[in-house]
Structure formats: C-alpha cells, structure tokens
Design a protein around this ligand. Sequence first.
Ligand code: SAM
Ligand code: SF4
Length: 335
Amino acid sequence: MNIDSKDILTDNFGRKHTYLRISLTEKCNLRCTYCMPADGIPLTAKKHLMTAEEIYKIATEFVRFGVTKIRLTGGEPMVRKDFPLILEQLASLPVEIGITTNGILADRHIPLLKENKINSITISIDSLQKHKFEKITRRNEFEKVWNTIQKFHKEGFKVKLNIVLIKNFNEDEIIDFINLTKDQDIIVRFIEFMPFDGNQWNMDKLVSLQEILDKVHYNFPLQLKRLTDLPNDTSKNYKIEGYKGSFSIISSVTNPFCDSCNRIRLTADGKLKNCLFSGNEFSILEPFRANKSISSIIQEALLHKFAARGGMDTSEKLKNPELHTKNRSMISIGG
Ligand code: SAM
Ligand code: SF4
C-alpha cells in the first residue's frame, strides 16, 4: 500500500494525531491504587520491551509523519536506568517533549532536563496530607515528592501537578490544592477517576467536573475565572482572580474531549494504542524488528479509532466492568 506520509496520522473523523505518548516502562516505585492492581501486573520480559535505540527510531518515524509533541510516561519513566539516554536522543528530534513523573527520582535529573531544554514537568501528587498520600500510593514518599515539587519550582520549571480525585478520599483537598496557586505560578490539574482493568472503579468514586466547580464556586463566588483552552487541550482551564497560578479539570468521564483528540500511545512493549480507553492494540515493535515498514500499521491503528472513548461512548458502556477488563491496567498503558 502506498500511503502519503502526511495522511498516515489522520483518522476516519479527520483528527490529525500530532501528539505521541510513549510509555518507557511498566515498572513503578509507587503502587497507586487507581493505577496498579493490588496483585501487581505480570511484567513483560525485557527482550519484548523497546530498547532506547528502538524508542528513538520508532519515534523518528512518527515525527516524519507529523508528530510535533512527545510525552514520556509509564509506569514511572524515570525508573529506567537509560532514561537520560532516551531523553537525550528524543530531544534531538524537532519536537516538544513533556514528562509525567511521580517525582521520586526526578530531582536528580534537573541538570539533564535543563541541558535538553525541558522547562516544564508534570508531577503526580494526590494528597497534601502525608497519611493519605501513603494510603493511595502504598509507599512512604510524601516528603520526597513534596520537596521535589518545590525544587522544580525554585529552579524555574513550569510545574503542573496531577491529582486524581476520589470521593470521600481527597475531594476535601480541592481548595487546599487550589490555594497552592495563590503565590506560586503552578498549574493544578484535577483528573476524573477513570476505569481500567483491576482498579476497582465505579461511578460512585468519581468526583465530577461539575462537583469540582460547585466546590470552587462556593469558596470563591466572585473570583473564579474561565481561561481559554488551547485547541487540543484535554483540560478545561480556570484560575482564581489574583492568584499567580491556575487550575484545570480533566473530565474524561463526564465531559470527554474526544472530538479534538490528537493523541496516540505507544506502550513499553511496542504496541500502538489509538485511545487510552481502547482495548485494541497494534504491534509496532515486532514488524519494526523484522525490518518491515510500520506506516501501514500506524494507519490501520488510526482507521480503527472510535469517535469517542475507545467505543465506550455512553455512560452505560463506561459503567460496564467487562469492558474495562478488555483494556490493560493504567500502569501498563502509560497515562
Ligand atoms: N508514574 C507517573 C506518574 O504517576 O505521574 C507517570 C505514569 S501515570 C500512569 C500518569 C498519570 O495517570 C498520573 O498523573 C496518574 O495519576 C494518572 N492516572 C493513573 N491511573 C488513573 C486513573 N485510573 N484515572 C485517572 N488518572 C489516572
Ligand atoms: Fe506509578 Fe504513576 Fe501508576 Fe502511581 S500513577 S502507580 S506513580 S505509574
């Protein structure tokens, strides 16, 4: 099949995919309950995972087809010993690079990030209270993560915090998180809890976009300001008038943003996923290792992309646990 390279990343709905999210590993040094199943996950044998060189070469193909932004995620991307090499190689491509990390190992890489012109970082922290942080991550690392956030801010990075909100767990901290934006120019991002294999999701645990906004309205009746979203933003963006930073809500469950989706995902074992919610996977690594062209596989993956949420387009489908188990757990997808 002869495919025009400029069309490879366009799906049946005309959406152009310019943003590649690469999971570097299925491993992690935390055990967040909403991400990692209680019994862990069977780890893929190392020989079936992408090497640093393969990541670079496959990413190069995507850039050739029009990708302009790459995010490194996981698992925890920084647990890979060759993280510096991977980053250096990808930074040589003409793309914007983002990193999502749990912050445990991040501060040691500040010089590396600066050398490679990375000036923003997304760090996950679901609670500002040590005991709750430990409960959700199953690890005693609150101080480390909190200090790292402060370090990155002092070093001049644009810091974004990811917070998965869960009913009766951390929803009472929404205003505490927003108050962090008063004196610090950071972005606090509230994420609706999403269903994946093994994460015990149900709708009752969800704190919705509307519930978050109601709480903020109640506390800041006159100061809540809606900001303009960027064209492919997954978040709805706000700030409190007079505060230095801002906050966002990522409402994949109650208000999905699939119409403007420009994302495609590559798992650590070299499978292409056309949507976070889709169980469909397309192997890239095997044909790549066999010296076959991967362009037709990329195009096939995109032509199978559903209009919304991997086919879970109604709330009934989203609530069906059988559909969650058709997908991987989040830790092995790469959020
Ligand atoms: N380990 C890194 C971290 O925690 O930031 C990167 C990988 S993690 C899978 C990426 C993001 O996905 C994190 O911000 C995490 O909170 C979010 N996440 C994981 N499981 C989720 C779920 N079930 N619903 C919503 N967000 C989730
Ligand atoms: Fe690890 Fe990130 Fe998943 Fe938490 S959310 S278990 S830190 S990959």
